[in-house]
Design a protein around this ligand. Structure first.
Ligand SMILES: Cc1ncc(COP(=O)(O)O)c(C=O)c1O
Length: 310
């Protein structure tokens, strides 16, 4: 039986013992940064592959810099702790790893300075987040994407996710699977937890990093595979809302969402309303890559188990 463990206060402990006090600064003010790393189970090899763990921790350290969170770990040390924790848990299914750097002082007062920082990590089983097989229906959100000068979207700040939560719930309550958020000047930014791409003719297009997106690791992986495997360069440029209505294909990318085809936006079919051919190819390539099935992209996959599991 898998056993859930956490890394908490510099120790590996049963998940149930990893508890913070009610006065913890991060809990009160959202002063924490986090990551989401997927572990993808390969049933033939009986192996769990952590996908682009190093890149996630590199982004984590950048988020820490923005929030003035100082932690005594190198990227290599984060990776070692993560591999060890996931191995201890022993899952034989898809999982999600959640590192968190947070203002750990039990203190009242809004600020980032003069506070203690800490790091924790936990692991949880995690299946599909959106319907990647069938595709999804999206709605433009009435909630605007938070601006870099409000809370920097390139940092995965916990408090920032209230913006995503407002948009996601509004979308679901309106009958959509996911929200598409616009920037303050009305251009397409991203989903509540995904980056967005459109295909028009032979062009793959995605909003630039300056349109208040999280600079996604899946986004970068897909851009690279589109170039290497499909010969398609990605154009990073501002996208109008109405371009979503006339695109040939559209999809969203994210650690949780993988490559999710978008079939409809604001009750308008994308293309013919089915999964587009290039989206389908990119999705297949991505699924093979994350489960360690493409030798060319094995460098992105960290195997967790040293021995073949029975
Ligand atoms: C707001 C937001 N945008 C985009 C993404 C996709 O980023 P990644 O592909 O690194 O998971 C995420 C997920 O982490 C997210 O929360």
């Amino acid at each position: 039986m898998p056993t859930p463990y956490a890394y908490f206060r510099k120790q590996f402990v049963p998940l149930a013992e990893a508890k913070i006090g009610v006065m913890t600064h991060a809990f009160n003010y959202g002063t924490a940064v986090f990551e989401g790393v997927r572990g993808n189970w390969n049933p033939e090899e009986r192996q769990l592959y952590l996908f682009r763990m190093r890149e996630h921790f590199e982004r984590f350290t950048r988020s820490c810099r923005i929030l003035k969170i100082e932690l005594p770990y190198t990227v290599d040390e984060y990776c070692e702790i993560t591999s060890k924790l996931v191995e201890m848990c022993g899952y034989q299914e898809d999982i999600y790893v959640r590192p968190l750097g947070y203002k750990s002082s039990e203190a009242v007062g809004v600020r980032l300075h003069d506070l203690e920082d800490d790091f924790l990590l936990f692991v949880t089983p995690f299946g599909p987040y959106l319907d990647v097989e069938a595709g999804i229906r999206c709605g433009t959100s009435s909630w605007r994407r938070i601006d870099d000068n409000v809370i920097p979207a390139r940092a995965k700040v916990t408090g920032l996710y209230v913006n995503s939560a407002l948009a996601k719930t509004e979308a679901n309550e309106n009958g959509y699977d996911e929200a598409i958020m616009l920037t303050h000047d009305g251009h397409v930014s991203e989903g509540s937890g995904e980056n967005i791409f459109i295909i028009m003719g032979n062009q793959l297009i995605t909003p630039p990093v300056s349109d208040n997106i999280l600079v996604g690791i899946t986004r970068e992986s897909v851009m690279l595979m589109a170039r290497e495997e499909l010969g398609m360069e990605t154009v990073e440029r501002t996208i109008d809302r109405s371009e979503l209505y006339i695109a040939d294909e559209c999809f969203m990318t994210g650690t949780a969402a993988h490559v999710s085809p978008v079939l409809e936006v604001d009750h308008r079919k994308v293309g013919d309303g089915g999964i587009g051919p290039r989206t389908a190819r990119l999705q297949k390539l991505y699924f093979d890559a994350i489960r360690g099935k493409m030798p060319k992209y094995l460098r992105w996959c960290t195997p967790v188990y040293k021995l073949v599991r029975t």
